[in-house]
Write a protein that binds this ligand. Structure first.
Ligand code: PLP
Length: 318
């Protein structure tokens, strides 16, 4: 049975004039609460839904930074995260980028890792990144709870762009945080309420629908991506392949990424990742010299592996 989508925004107070569990949808709504319960069960914590992954990140930073806070962010992780932190410098929040395969800088009171980093696909060294008292945030968008229980690894807060694998169909913009500490959950809910980044009932429903097929999609995308990564590795036009061994994102380097991305027929030349249809893009257009010039990020969907390989092979031969 699918969960009902309840688009109600305002609920009446009870007979004594008191607000009940639901009174105004920016605080909470039943479809959102159902989706939070489903994802929280997979992550082993309490989930809070947001209007996008960036809204979830903003809530974490609003709730847990103050003037003078230093946030250490993994190098090569999602471009928007470091860009957001740079924007917060006007409020006195400092950013340091660090190599997440080793220990974070001692002065950081928040450490932000990404497992794996998008698009460089580096992985955090959990022993090293949990070696300080800093609040540890892990963006687990590319792993999903199918491949990572970041709270068990020592993260205090997990963040997802649920726009990607969790909803899985390139048709919902959604974010989520998960923690095991009721005080942190309350702080995140309060940040959501105050700055207004609540998710809609429709996108919360997309999460419930996506979770039904999450494991099946992730397993199939892993099988296909593992095969494609091996074939790309052996291809003479490919200089370097990065693939963590699970999930559907591969980053590989070619001489002319714009030519390759525009020569594909099945694989869509678009941004984003984690959908049922494959997509590819040169990340240099967004990130500049932060990442290798030739890097292409391929997100493998559910298409047949031979169809995808035929497309890649023809584009690489061009
Ligand atoms: N984190 C990661 C790893 C991402 O890839 C993205 C988006 O690409 C985000 C966060 C931001 O999510 P959203 O686009 O849902 O705001």
């Amino acid at each position: 049975m699918s969960a009902p989508v309840d688009r109600t925004v305002v609920w009446p107070f009870d007979d004594a004039g008191e607000p009940g569990a639901y009174f105004y949808a920016r605080y909470a709504h039943p479809t959102g609460v159902a989706a939070e319960a489903a994802l929280g069960a997979l992550e082993g914590g309490d989930a809070v839904l947001f209007a996008s992954g960036m809204a979830a990140e903003t809530a974490v930073l609003l709730a847990f930074t103050e003037t003078g806070t230093t946030v250490a962010v993994a190098e090569g992780c999602y471009y928007g995260t470091s860009t957001l932190l740079r924007a917060l410098s006007k409020f006195g929040v400092n950013l340091i980028e660090f190599d997440q395969t080793g220990p974070p800088p001692a002065e950081a009171t928040i450490v932000w890792v990404e497992s794996p980093a998008n698009p460089t696909l580096s992985m955090p060294n959990w022993e090293a990144v949990t070696s300080t008292d800093a609040l540890l945030v892990c963006d687990a968008t590319l792993s999903t709870p199918v491949y990572l229980q970041a709270l068990d690894e020592g993260a205090d807060i997990v963040v997802h762009s649920a726009t990607k694998y969790l909803t899985g169909h390139h048709d919902a913009l959604l974010g989520v945080t998960v923690t095991r500490d009721p005080e942190k959950t309350a702080a995140l809910q309060q940040a959501r309420t105050l700055y207004g980044g609540a998710a809609s009932a429709d996108t919360a429903y997309s999460l419930l629908r996506g979770l039904d097929t999450l494991e099946t999609r992730m397993l199939r995308q892993t099988t296909t991506a593992t095969e494609l990564a091996a074939r790309l590795e052996a291809h003479p036009a490919v200089a370097k392949v990065r693939y963590p061994g699970f999930a559907g994102v591969i980053a590989f380097d070619v001489d002319d990424p714009r030519r390759v991305e525009t020569s594909l027929a099945t694989i869509r030349n678009s941004t984003s990742l984690g959908g049922v249809t494959s997509s590819i893009e040169s990340r240099h257009r967004w990130e500049g010299d932060r990442i290798p010039t030739g890097l292409l990020r391929l997100s493998v969907g559910l298409e047949d592996v031979e169809l995808l390989w035929g497309d890649l092979k023809a584009a690489l031969a061009n």
